[in-house]
Design a protein around this ligand. Structure first.
Ligand code: NAD
Length: 396
């Protein structure tokens, strides 16, 4: 099939590579002209997608990137994979989804299957995408992306894929497309069910992470190790699922998607109390970390050299979106500390560059990437570990 994927970020490029490898002819469309140039030169910006894989698909003619919307015309399948962030007051910002829909409405005059993979609340495909695209009888399906960047075990291929369509014909065509590169397709009765399943999955994580974050604070105040308790609880072979405490949640999904659910819940008059409380607990974790660091370092960190190690939101990825490391650093600076950060994967961030670990009075491990120099961290005068990976030091 000739396929266009609108948005060549984490989700769009991952799916483009999978579909191109399955033999489809892919146009990776993105409004970011510099990104398009880099992709066409064979430079991948996503962990898990090697530049050599990209180059071989470029050379075979199965993939090319473009910022020319005329390329969308004539595609059988058009996938929307654009950001769905939060706007002011943490409300859904669907402006990117609307822009992508308007682009399709303007440039695609032959009927195609339009699929939305961007995460959003139930009703988005029907009311915010299909309703905006006029004049052509397209097929519409929702297949929310579940990819976990950097996860070596679960990929776009072996993670079961949900599909809900506006019509049976849309479902059939979407199944045909995804079956060419996904092992398991699960059809649900409507796009709203698929959309809601995705945001409920992430809400489930957000709420459970908040629960263990709160529990870790209770356990610490009781003088017991929260992590040891959680490990002990996890030995129960049924009725328990392990979640780990940490400095807060980051990335494009967990801190964001539940607020999409809270938004629609509010519209239909049902209070989303768990989501609200989970956001409060998770957003307060950086302040808890800094409070513990100040206490652990003797009551003041004024003029102390502090290095924050690992600033991306999770291990072994360079993604700093919504990372709790930002608030940890800002709050440490508010306490008068001289703060640098170390993260070889991130390199540069917020106008600053990664610094060495050595020579700091205090090290705060926020995110642990493989290969990080634990000995250098332990050589600092005081160590606070948010990840539970260094024994014998303070931490969550
Ligand atoms: N990153 C993840 O782990 C993940 C996992 C599952 C689902 N999602 C969801 O997938 C969607 C995309 O997320 P992402 O992480 O790939 O975002 P991203 O920021 O990595 O990439 C989005 C891309 O879309 C481009 N773009 C923006 N507006 C456009 C437009 N009008 N036309 C063409 N291109 C446009 C941007 O330039 C960018 O390159 C979001 O809804 C997100 O919640 C993300």
């Amino acid at each position: 099939m000739r396929v266009a994927i609108i948005g060549q970020g984490y989700v769009g490029l991952t799916i483009a590579m999978a579909a191109a490898s399955a033999g489809h002819t892919l146009c990776g469309f993105d409004v970011d002209g510099e990104l398009v140039t880099r992709l066409n030169r064979g430079i991948s910006h996503i962990e898990g997608i090697s530049s050599s894989n990209l180059i071989s698909l470029l050379e075979s003619g199965c993939y090319s990137a473009s910022n020319n919307p005329l390329e969308l015309e004539g595609c059988e399948v058009i996938v929307i994979a654009v950001p769905t962030p939060l706007g002011g007051q943490r409300n859904p910002d669907l402006s990117f989804v609307h822009a992508a829909s308007d682009l399709i409405s303007m440039h695609v005059k032959r009927p195609a299957l339009i699929i939305n993979e961007s995460t959003s609340y139930p009703g988005t495909l029907r009311k915010e995408i299909a309703a905006r695209i006029t004049g052509v009888d397209h097929l519409y399906a929702s297949s929310p992306e579940r990819v976990d960047p950097g996860n070596a075990q679960w990929s776009a291929k072996n993670t079961p894929r949900l599909i809900g369509g506006l019509t049976p014909a849309a479902v059939e065509k979407a199944k045909e497309f995804y079956a060419s590169f996904c092992d398991t397709i699960i059809e649900v009765s409507s796009p709203e069910v698929a959309e809601a399943a995705k945001i409920f999955e992430n809400t489930f994580r957000q709420v459970n992470i908040a629960l263990v974050n709160e529990f870790a604070q209770i356990a610490n105040a009781l003088g017991i190790s929260g992590r040891e308790v959680l490990e002990a609880a996890a030995t129960k072979p049924f009725g328990f699922m392990e979640f780990n405490p940490g400095p807060g949640v980051g990335g494009h999904c967990i801190p964001v998607d539940p607020s999409y659910l809270a938004h629609v819940a509010n519209e239909v008059g049902v209070p989303a109390t768990f989501i609200k409380r989970a956001n409060e607990v998770n957003l307060a974790m950086p302040a808890y970390v800094v409070k513990r660091v100040v206490a652990g370092a003797g009551g003041s960190i004024k003029d102390k050299k502090v290095v924050v190690v690992g600033v991306s939101y999770k291990s072994n990825v360079a993604d700093t979106r919504e990372t709790p490391a930002a608030a940890v650093i800002d709050l440490l600076r508010e306490q008068g500390a001289s703060v640098t950060w170390h993260d070889d994967l991130v390199g540069t961030w917020r106008g600053e560059s990664s610094s060495p670990i050595n020579g700091a009075d205090i090290a705060v491990l926020v995110t642990k990437h493989d290969g990080v120099d634990i000995a250098a961290i332990k050589a600092c005068g005081y160590v606070f570990d948010c990840t539970g990976s260094i024994t014998g030091v303070d931490g969550i």
